[in-house]
Design a protein around this ligand. Structure first.
Ligand code: IPM
Ligand code: MG
Length: 373
């Protein structure tokens, strides 16, 4: 039995803990069927951490995250914590993890499973076979720029300020991730900004051009304004291979791309940082969907986005390509078999719970092992 390293599980809030339970079972399958073992440590984040410690992320948990080989996070937030001060809101826990672990490249693949082509709100021929990758800058831009705050103007009115700011190296490093990933795909990168109105967008475009010429001249780079990109994603999404964009545009465009696939409940993500001297890359994996407080505890959540995030972890943090692919194929197979959680329910299909979906996935994985043997 090979111990591959330490995983920090942060289930978080809402449906986070439920979907994470199903991932644990996939982990158990990996140990039993493939002999890969992880040491799993568990911690609190978001509202769960606030309730226990008065902060959405403790320093101890942050240290554990930095020391782990990979972090898997469920979701954060919910109405229970809506009125909290900005500094201790559940979301701040996630943002602090991203920032302090320097996870600057957020990979959000939008892949349409054949069985879900009809679940998309777009016409089937527009989305069938869709496979695009959004690389979102995750530690800069308006999410973290200074100055920020709400200023009291003293006459009963206020001034809210956030700052969009990017420096050369921040743009280049996420650009490199996008080009490197595109090389393993169709070698096409579309860089997205608003250089027609924002200086930071103009710098973004210029730096991408320079990087392209200096290091990736054999590849295809195009530029697009963010508003046009939002439109093109619903007009003709298959024109894209890899999209690279800033933190805020990436937040919005990735939700839009997610919907092309039929449900936010299907989409995994990986947030990657630098590689240390031991060759270990800082990494956090999480579903793109949120904590869905309205269905938390009802067993209705779709566990596939988190399970597919676990698969991304196997691929990017541990080089277990065949295991990652096996999980992705198994997810496609159970969808083909007609199982659906509520978010992707279609006429004539069988509506199942979070747990039954997880069980079916394990069943499918076991079947494929038998087939191999
Ligand atoms: C996301 C989420 C987060 C973000 C929130 C929860 C802070 O929407 O990961 O896309 O805005 O980055
Ligand atoms: Mg978002």
């Amino acid at each position: 039995m090979a111990n591959l390293g330490t995983l920090l599980f942060l289930p978080g809030d809402g449906i986070g803990p439920e979907v994470m339970d199903e991932v644990r079972r996939v982990g158990a399958w990996l140990t039993k069927a493939r002999g890969h073992e992880f040491e799993i440590v568990e911690g609190l984040v978001g509202g769960a951490s606030y309730d226990a410690h008065g902060t959405p992320l403790t320093d101890d948990t942050l240290e554990q995250a930095k020391g782990a080989d990979a972090v898997l996070l469920g979701a954060v937030g919910g109405p229970k914590w809506d009125d909290l001060d900005f500094a201790v809101k559940p979301e701040r826990g996630l943002l602090r993890l991203r920032k302090e672990m320097d996870l600057y490249a957020n990979l959000r693949p939008a892949v349409v499973f054949d069985a879900l082509v009809d679940a998309s709100s777009l016409k089937p021929d527009l989305v069938s076979g869709l496979d695009i990758l959004i690389v979102r800058e995750l530690t800069g831009g308006v999410y973290f720029g200074e100055p920020r705050g709400i200023e009291d103007l003293g006459d009963g009115t206020f001034r809210g300020v956030n700052t969009q700011v990017y420096e050369t190296e921040e743009i280049r490093r996420v650009g490199r991730v996008a080009f490197d990933l595109a090389r393993q795909r169709d070698s096409r990168v579309c860089s997205v900004e608003k250089s027609n109105v924002m200086e930071s967008g103009l710098l973004w475009r210029n730096e991408m051009d320079k990087l392209h010429q200096a290091e990736y001249a054999d590849m295809d780079l195009s530029h697009m304004y963010a508003d046009n990109c939002a439109m093109q994603l619903v007009r003709e999404p298959k024109q894209f291979d890899v999209i690279v964009t800033d933190n805020l545009f990436g937040d919005m465009l990735s939700d839009e791309a997610a919907m092309l696939t039929g449900s936010l409940g299907m989409l995994p993500s990986a947030s990657l940082g630098n590689t240390d001297v031991n060759g270990r890359r800082a990494a956090l994996y999480e579903p793109v969907h949120g904590s869905a407080p309205d269905i938390a505890g009802t067993g209705a959540a779709n566990p596939l986005a988190t399970i597919l995030s676990f698969a991304m972890m196997l691929r990017y943090s541990f080089g277990l390509e065949s295991e990652a692919a096996a999980i992705e194929v198994a997810a496609g197979e159970i969808l083909k078999g007609g199982l659906r959680t509520a978010d992707i329910m279609q006429p004539g299909m069988a509506k199942v719970s979070t747990h039954v979906m997880g069980e079916a996935l394990i069943g499918e994985l076991q079947k494929s092992e038998v087939a191999v043997a």
